[in-house]
Write a protein that binds this ligand. Sequence first.
Ligand code: R1P
Ligand code: URA
Length: 248
Amino acid sequence: MQTTPHNEAKRGDYAETVLLPGDPQRTEWIAATFLEDVRCINRVRGALAYTGRYRGSPISLHTTGMGAPSLAIYAHELLETYGARTLIRVGTCGSLADHVKLRSLVISQSSSSDSAINRQLFGVYDYAPSADFELLCRAARRAVEMGIIHYVGQTASSDVFYHPDVLGRFAGVRAHGALAVDMETNALYTIAARFRAKALSICTVVDSLVNGEDTDASERQELFSDMVRLALDVAIGTSRVEAEPDRP
Ligand SMILES: O=P(O)(O)O[C@H]1O[C@H](CO)[C@@H](O)[C@H]1O
Ligand SMILES: O=c1cc[nH]c(=O)[nH]1
């Protein structure tokens, strides 16, 4: 019998820190490329999940699928049933700002949403979900140390990927500084807050809604190396000083 309706992993199979790719192929690639002693713990609905070690520390990966409802189910179960305490999204996003270029990283400080889910949850309030401050600071510092082009700021999460008004629909949030759009960060931060857990969303910019530029799916695994290394270093708390103990 499965432990949850959506997951066959047993209690205790997940590490406390879980990286969350949207795409199962990304999950599989991260497991094969970055983790040691790795084992697959879930295949239900193709939401591949693995547990292994990164530089000796236990880390899990779990595929969220696309959109807030899908992520919400998996994040809820990871926090409620599997004892996860830190969730780090390693996703993709579309640029909403001129200066946010393809292939850079967007580290989301907070995330607006057009989701009707929030209207059910918060009544008259427009809840403002945000990243865990410690994870956010660590990611920003480590990204500088690694020389990765990145932007820290607010993002938007939308339930609509294909929309006839490609950019115009974001006018309000763009005018107030939103850097990029994805579909899950708002839900991730909201659910983590509910469980008093830590969350961070790091996304690679794969297209621009401003100028229509796009990356090719074939370059994407390569493209994700910086994001995944950064997320893993953040997950295990590595800074340059810790990573180079022999430094004078
Ligand atoms: O690449 P992932 O992590 O799935 O993220 C983005 O890509 C999907 C849309 O293509 C949505 O899930 C969006 O948030
Ligand atoms: O959610 C997403 C992700 C990438 N690009 C978009 O336009 N939207």
